[in-house]
Design a protein around this ligand. Structure first.
Ligand code: EPS
Length: 392
């Protein structure tokens, strides 16, 4: 499976084309829209989210709620386009009242992008580097997720910290139990004490013209063993999942399982024993590996964490240099979010769903959904047989 996406933040729409889905997969846009809505919510978002009401339209590859096996074209319109039609016009000239953006914001793509593509107006960089692009990633990832959910693979995400405020570890360890609470929380946090403190911290940053980052965690349950492979570096699923996470705007760190903490432990403490039991066959009493060994899923839940830096657009900007005059100035001030960590967690679910679905398709193949079903059940039976055979 593969996909491409296009679209500027204040252009008419975002577009995605997904190729390689099996024919016959049930698909309802309501489910994609539900995830688009989840991405838009969260305490700390800016005024743009009050304008947008992201909804997907399917332009090809679907008939009567079943995929056709042909490319699936998705579109999410930008409501804000109405206010930007002249500034973002695909043809004609820049209107005289549209001042070019020439003060690159430290931490944003502005300077590196301006150098790379030789843009005199850095708006040309901002428009595509903006996290607006993640709306299409969520739409595409939600299609992949529908495929995986058919095989009872479930996705959870929650926020572990915002700024200096962290949740109690018991919440991190029982994410599925707290799923409902997390969905209701404006900061995707199950612990009321931390939720309140996080919101206060975001409010304080907003008052100071500042921004906040944080850490979120993803747990994916029901993953069969054997997705990805150890046989070649680019087939190792840990690399592909970590790459997908770190490609989300603002993500600066990724951990799998025990991650950096695991590096402080001895091997005898860190690694998850393999135990044979007469009732259950082979079991793993712990999951510090985060569900991945040798770049391959091992049948346990996937556990990943990602660290997001504070958003670089600051109402009280840092020093910068004017791109057109070379003079010392302050970075550009644009309408922006104060904290988008809860939204980034939803985006992360989607990008992981995509990578996992790609690996799932590699393993189980099939041009139509019944073929996938057959390959999947054959393999499940094989795995159960193997694990049950081995006893104490
Ligand atoms: C973003 C700036 C803001 C955010 C945007 C990401 O947009 P605007 O400049 O239009 O106010 O709202 O995020 C989204 C539009 C979105 O859908 O997530 C940025 O500069 O990266």
């Amino acid at each position: 499976m593969r996909y491409l996406s296009g679209g500027e933040s204040h252009g008419p729409c975002l577009t995605g084309i997904v190729e390689g889905l099996p024919a016959g997969l049930a698909l309802h846009t309501a489910e994609i829209n539900r995830h688009l809505q989840r991405r838009q919510s969260g305490f700390g978002r800016g005024a743009r989210m009050a304008i947008e009401k992201d909804r997907v339209e399917i332009l090809s590859g679907l008939r009567f709620n079943r995929t056709l096996g042909s490319p699936l074209t998705l579109q999410v319109k930008n409501r804000d386009w109405e206010n930007w039609q002249e500034i973002m016009a695909p043809e004609g000239q820049r209107p005289p009242e549209a001042t070019p953006l020439t003060r690159p914001r430290p931490g944003h793509a502005d300077l590196a992008g301006g150098l790379k593509y030789n843009h005199d107006d850095l708006r040309a960089v901002l428009e595509r580097s903006s996290a607006r692009e993640t709306a299409m990633r969520v739409a595409v990832g939600s299609v992949a997720r529908l495929l995986l959910e058919k095989y009872e693979i479930c996705f959870y995400s929650h926020v572990l910290s915002i700024g200096s405020i962290s949740v109690d570890t018991k919440f991190a360890e029982n994410v599925s139990v707290y799923a409902e609470q997390i969905e209701k929380s404006p900061v995707r946090c199950a612990e009321p004490r931390a939720e309140e403190a996080m919101m206060k911290e975001i409010e304080a940053a907003r008052r100071d013209g500042d921004t906040l980052g944080g850490v979120f965690e993803l747990v994916i349950t029901g993953v069969p063993p054997g997705l990805g492979s150890y046989v070649h570096w680019d087939r190792r699923l840990d690399g592909r999942l970590a790459g997908a996470l770190i490609s989300i705007q603002g993500i600066k760190g990724v951990e799998i399982g025990s991650g950096f903490f695991g590096a402080t432990l001895r091997g005898s403490v860190l690694h998850d024993p393999i135990i044979g039991e007469s009732e259950r066959g082979i079991i793993r009493p712990s999951n510090r590996a985060g569900g991945l060994e040798g770049g391959t899923t091992n049948g346990q839940s996937l556990i990943l964490r990602a660290a997001m830096k504070p958003i670089p657009t600051l109402a009280s900007p840092l020093p910068s240099v004017d791109w057109s005059t070379g003079l010392n100035v302050s970075g550009a001030v644009e309408r922006s979010d104060v904290c988008a960590v809860p939204s980034a967690a939803v985006v992360a679910e989607a990008v992981l769903a995509w990578e996992l679905a790609v690996a799932f398709r590699e393993k189980f193949g099939g041009d139509f959904i019944e073929e996938v079903d057959a390959a999947y059940s054959y393999y499940r039976e094989h795995v159960c047989r193997c694990l049950r055979q081995k006893k104490d």
